[in-house]
Design a protein around this ligand. Structure first.
Ligand code: PAF
Length: 286
């Protein structure tokens, strides 16, 4: 496994691979790698000739007052995990000054989708994500790029970006990896104290409660929302709920009736200073 630091060198290496007829599979990450990330790298390995993972804690997707400074940075562990997995050929590990050199002025805004759900609580976040993902795709030149369903809104925004800008890449969304108690794997779980960690799966349980009610035929979004809110209120360590609701799985608009073929149950809530997100897709046709 080779570590590449300069965007120009990464792009030249990728273009050489492409010219030789190789398909590149790309897994962008912010590091602090866990099994969820490794499942993406595994999927990339199974479908491509060359696998590139990137590690870059992107300052542009953190608003002022968010956790950019304390975001876990575990680069040597991450490199060890990737290298011992034997799954990645290259790790792209750029410096911020080479990604955002002086004079960088471009904004990328996937309008509408970026303002809904988490976007309403994290202004500018998805513009920062869209810009870095577009940049990384241009540098790494992948045939396929891999994202986790845990960041469902992010994956919908990136699919829109790819479609709108005719980017020659397939966006592959892989299932959320969970701990045995249901908590979605996330680098931010490292912030949780043991008590908070124990309480954290309540978010997933709240989504599951609504999914079970839907399996029994309930479709009134108001009632389902109330049920999920109550399930979260039952866990007093959740200090604030940004949202927990039912959305159209494509437009991300909040629904009044959960009667579409596929709907998205999703929530974002805080335990102390830690913001957790999770989601479930419910297929009403099954
Ligand atoms: O999902 C993430 O880890 C980040 O948002 C991404 C896609 C690597 C962009 O910084």
């Amino acid at each position: 496994m080779e570590t590449v630091r300069l965007p120009r060198v990464m792009q030249e290496t990728a273009l050489m691979g492409k010219r030789a007829g190789k398909a590149i599979g790309f897994v962008p990450t912010m590091g602090a790698l866990h099994e969820g990330h490794l499942s993406l790298v595994k999927a990339a390995r199974s479908e491509n000739d060359i696998v590139v993972a990137s590690i870059f804690v992107n300052p542009a997707q953190f608003a002022a007052g968010e956790d950019f400074d304390r975001y876990p940075r575990t680069v040597s562990d991450d490199l060890e995990k990737l290298s011992s997995s034997g799954l990645a050929d290259f790790v792209f590990l750029p410096e911020a000054q080479n990604i955002y050199p002086p004079g960088f002025a471009t904004r990328v805004d996937v309008a509408g989708l970026s303002e809904r759900m988490c976007g309403a609580f994290r202004p500018g976040h998805f513009q920062g994500v869209a810009a870095i993902v577009l940049k990384l795709l241009n540098i790494v030149q992948p045939a396929r790029a891999y994202f986790g369903q845990k960041d469902y809104q992010q994956s919908v925004i990136i699919k829109r970006l790819v479609k709108d800008l005719n980017l020659p890449v397939e966006v592959v969304v892989c299932p959320t990896m969970r701990e045995p108690d249901g908590l979605a794997m996330s680098s931010r779980n490292a912030y949780l104290s043991p008590r908070q960690r124990k309480a954290a799966p309540a978010l997933y349980r709240a989504l599951q409660a609504a999914a079970s009610a839907m399996a029994e035929g309930r479709r009134d979004a108001g009632g389902l929302r109330a049920l999920m809110r109550q399930a979260l209120r039952d866990e007093p360590l959740f200090s604030a709920v940004d949202y927990i609701s039912i959305f159209d799985a494509e437009t991300l608009e909040e629904l009044e009736n959960a009667d579409r073929n596929v709907v998205l149950l999703a929530g974002a809530a805080r335990i102390g200073a830690t913001r957790l997100i999770d989601n479930l897709l419910v297929n009403n046709l099954k």
